[in-house]
Write a protein that binds this ligand. Structure first.
Ligand code: WQD
Length: 331
């Protein structure tokens, strides 16, 4: 089976390509390196010993997409490409709407032209907004509080409408919780091109001494210790969830939505303390004001993905902390 992976040199994309290659899929990838580095391609080759067909370009560009589909008999697409910094999306919303929506519309139009109607889409738990209760199930109300989340929800609705208009489509929408960790080789991991938005990359920069301390955004939430609770999931577990989704869309038509989380919530302080213990390294921190838009707690009910995809996360929080640090501190 030949799979086109958009945004495949990014954090989750690169880990998914490794698992695809290890499971004998043929992989074609398009990426413009807006939030990744070309050397990731060499690392993928070093880990798997296999080549992929790579096109440097923007998924908004229908010409290059048509070239890809002309050159390759694509059976299915995994669509990761997109901007994903919540804070930046509030500052420059049009950049997010133009990039994330435009690229997806271009991709879907060209897929239709080439009669390729199997898609796995990278969505996010952010589409649940502030959940009415916990754990979160796929049929919970959907609402977003920032332009990044709004693009994900808009694309989910576009995909619903496409399926209603043409029942030949087979679409799996994967709602990620909080991906952290790295491949056990330490050769690929979360390596953003700019200042980290997310917690784990920030913890790592403090642990390596690049930053002096971690700012913990608030300790007055309604949680076990007052700091924010999230469902952290190992990026390799997440990658394997994409392979299960591919199997599903290859078998059945339709559109469905799946939570990819562990079902367990950990607070910021619990994550920091686990990271320090596992890696025997200090992570100095200071409690600061809440970050606007943050919610108290968010974690998944992952039972639907277990039932329908026969997928569940296997790695624990200690694995995630160890592998995250090993990526930057490889022995
Ligand atoms: C986690 C917790 C912060 C940084 C976002 C997106 C989501 C997905 C994952 C793309 C929160 C606290 C963080 C720091 C801190 N991305 N924190 N100090 O906000 O849960 O989710 O990233 O799909 O869509 O919304 O992740 O890692 O930013 O924050 O105290 O320097 O860590 O308050 O409680 P978040 P995060």
């Amino acid at each position: 089976m030949k799979v086109l992976v958009t945004g495949g040199t990014g954090y989750i994309g690169s880990h998914t390509i490794v698992e695809l290659l290890d499971n004998n899929y043929d992989v074609v990838c398009i990426d413009n390196f807006i939030n990744s580095k070309p050397e990731v391609l060499d690392k993928i080759k070093e880990i798997t010993g296999k080549e992929i067909t790579f096109y440097e370009g923007d998924v908004c560009d229908k010409q290059i997409l048509r070239q890809i589909f002309t050159d390759n008999n694509i059976d299915a697409v995994i669509h990761f490409a997109g901007l994903k910094a919540v804070g930046e999306s509030v500052r420059v919303p049009l950049k997010y709407y133009r990039n994330n929506i435009d690229s997806t519309l271009s991709l879907l139009e060209v897929m239709g032209e080439y009669n390729c109607k199997k898609l796995v889409f990278s969505s996010s738990a952010t589409v649940y907004g502030k959940p009415k209760s916990l754990p979160i199930k796929e049929d919970f109300p959907l609402s977003t509080t920032n332009p990044y989340g709004a693009t994900k929800l808009m694309i989910e609705n576009i995909l619903r409408d496409i399926y209603v208009s043409d029942k030949d489509w087979s679409i799996a929408v994967l709602r990620y919780f909080n991906p952290i960790g790295a491949h056990s080789s330490g050769l690929i991991g979360e390596n953003p091109n700019d200042i980290p938005n997310n917690l784990m990359p920030y913890i790592i920069k403090v642990a390596t001494g690049e930053y002096q301390k971690l700012n913990i955004f608030g300790n007055d939430y309604d949680t076990v210790d007052g700091t924010g609770v999230r469902d952290y999931i190992h990026v390799v577990d997440l990658a394997l969830g994409h392979l299960k989704a591919l199997e599903k869309i290859d078998k059945d038509n339709g559109i469905d939505f799946y939570n990819l989380g562990t079902g367990h919530g950990f607070s910021v302080l619990e994550l920091v303390n686990t990271f320090s213990k596992v890696n025997k390294v200090d992570v100095p921190y200071e409690i600061c004001d809440r970050r606007p838009g943050d919610i108290d707690a968010c974690y998944a009910d992952p039972s639907y993905a277990k039932e329908k995809l026969n997928w569940q996360a296997e790695k624990n929080i200690e694995d995630m902390c160890r592998d995250s640090y090993n990526f930057v501190n490889r022995k």
